[in-house]
Write a protein that binds this ligand. Sequence first.
Ligand SMILES: CC(C)(COP(=O)(O)OP(=O)(O)OC[C@H]1O[C@@H](n2cnc3c(N)ncnc32)[C@H](O)[C@@H]1OP(=O)(O)O)[C@@H](O)C(=O)NCCC(=O)NCCS
Length: 268
Amino acid sequence: MSEPIEVLPAGECHVWLARAPVVLPVNLVRCYEAWLTDDEWARYQSFRFERHRHLYLLTRGVVRATLSRYADVAPGEWRFAVGSHGKPYVALPAEAGRLSFNLSNTDGLVACAVAREVAVGVDVENVMRPGDPMSIAAQFFSPREVRDLSALPWSRQRERFFAYWTLKEAYIKARGLGLAIPLNQFSFLLDEEKPEIGLLIDEGLSDDPCSWQCRRPSVAPPHALALLVRRGLRADFVVRLREHEVHSGEAEEAQPMIDQSRAGTSLG
Ligand SMILES: CC(C)(COP(=O)(O)OP(=O)(O)OC[C@H]1O[C@@H](n2cnc3c(N)ncnc32)[C@H](O)[C@@H]1OP(=O)(O)O)[C@@H](O)C(=O)NCCC(=O)NCCS
């Protein structure tokens, strides 16, 4: 028996999180593989490392299962298209196209943000990934953000760096333009005394910072998450974090998520 359809109110954004297990159960692998289109299958097969292949598969499974919670559409029936800068959106079934979504994945975590007919962008990062925050910030962040980071003691720079990083990624993903937006031409304003997150956007980017709702819902370490929703003139969206259960399989029937030949990823 299929699950009942859930209501996604117009004023809500749901962020579904899936912890990527060390091993992906073989039945889940088979189920998610069966949902892939030919193009997705080709991309799935093209990954060199097993852990990247499985993270890709888990991400595809999560987005299909998530969208099917809110529409009477079987997970394997969704068809996606991408915008001119690569942002995926629902192409079919056409009547379900009112669901907007955005995806992010990193070592150990997949996130899928869903809302109705508004631009959303989500980013997750594993804050333990190696790399020097200050040198990356100097290369990509705005002067204001770099100044803020520089003023912090070393022990707090990494956390603040990932707060900026995820927010900046979520913004360029919400707009759908990716790295076509210069990362140093907009700034987030973080203040530990205030829950609100400010946003300043250079004139050249032709965007109204007030139209965005910026959030950093807390997720379990070692991950950081940021979400941007284009609220327009609406009141703030209610943001709900939801957990997509991924049960680890028995070791002997599980597919490895860890590729021992690759010890980590770098920040660059
Ligand atoms: C591609 C990009 C949009 C996100 O890349 P990312 O942060 O490495 O990866 P994430 O897991 O967060 O997001 C990838 C997903 O975003 C979606 N996506 C791709 N292009 C997108 C776009 N233009 N807009 C919104 N979403 C996009 C896709 O669903 C993609 O996953 P898929 O290919 O498996 O479907 C882009 O911002 C990028 O390449 N960033 C590089 C990171 C960087 O250099 N950051 C500098 C410091 S801030």
